[in-house]
Design a protein around this ligand. Structure first.
Ligand SMILES: Cc1cc2nc3c(=O)[nH]c(=O)nc-3n(C[C@H](O)[C@H](O)[C@H](O)COP(=O)(O)O)c2cc1C
Length: 198
């Protein structure tokens, strides 16, 4: 069992270690979290898979389909929140998202994606399109033949690497021994850290 951090520095390292483990492990509870965006109708939330974590830069990333409604929301208002829970701990991130479609970051993420991940971008329809039959217009089944070169190129054209510059990280630990909470806010040249009442 991971010992509970007993200082703000240790908590910072611990929280980012949780995120790193989430990005690496498919069965880790931090592998996906609830990502909230701002739309004209108000807040919208959905799960997204945590794909990349850079503690030194204070960034996290996910992949998405450029045709999905949330991408249009990010273009209008890039503010996001992303919430994770596991191991009795909650990590809440807030920040701004930047969208990468055809730069080295997007190319590297696409190159590192496996067949099933790439297939997610091969559906005929934009996510959220109304259809007559269940599943219609979505990604082809993994039982179907692998994408050919044209199919792969089309899927790649829809692929977005979305990186969040974290502005604040709120860590909460729930324990019978006593709950504990810390907040880290990005300053100009360092992170301001403080304990909060849980
Ligand atoms: C566990 C889980 C992980 C998901 N991961 C992603 C993801 O990494 N990227 C993504 O665009 N959608 C992901 N989805 C689908 C979204 O939650 C959402 O249904 C879809 O992206 C359409 O969202 P939108 O209409 O808000 O754009 C995931 C769904 C689940 C249940």
């Amino acid at each position: 069992m991971t010992p509970m951090p007993d200082s703000l520095d240790a908590t910072w390292t611990h929280a980012w270690a949780r995120l790193l483990a989430g990005a690496r492990g498919r069965s880790d509870p931090f592998h996906q979290g609830v990502l909230a965006s701002v739309s004209y109708e108000g807040p919208e939330a959905r799960y997204a898979v945590l794909r990349a974590v850079d503690p030194a830069a204070g960034t996290v990333a996910f992949h998405t389909d450029g045709r999905s409604p949330k991408v249009a929301q990010f273009q209008t208002d890039p503010r996001v929140a992303w919430c994770f829970f596991g191991h009795g701990e909650q990590v809440r991130l807030s920040g701004r998202v930047s969208l990468h479609t055809s730069d080295v970051d997007a190319d590297a993420a696409w190159s590192a994606s496996g067949r099933s991940a790439r297939q997610n971008y091969a559906g005929a329809n934009a996510p959220g399109t109304g259809v007559a039959e269940p599943g219609e217009g979505g990604p082809p089944s993994l039982r179907s033949s692998p994408l050919d070169a044209a199919g792969l190129a089309q899927a790649r054209s829809r692929f977005v690497f979305a990186r969040i510059q974290v502005q604040s990280l709120d860590w909460l630990s729930l324990s019978a021994a006593g709950h504990c909470r810390a907040l880290f806010d990005r300053g100009d040249d360092r992170w301001d850290a403080r304990w909060l009442t849980p």
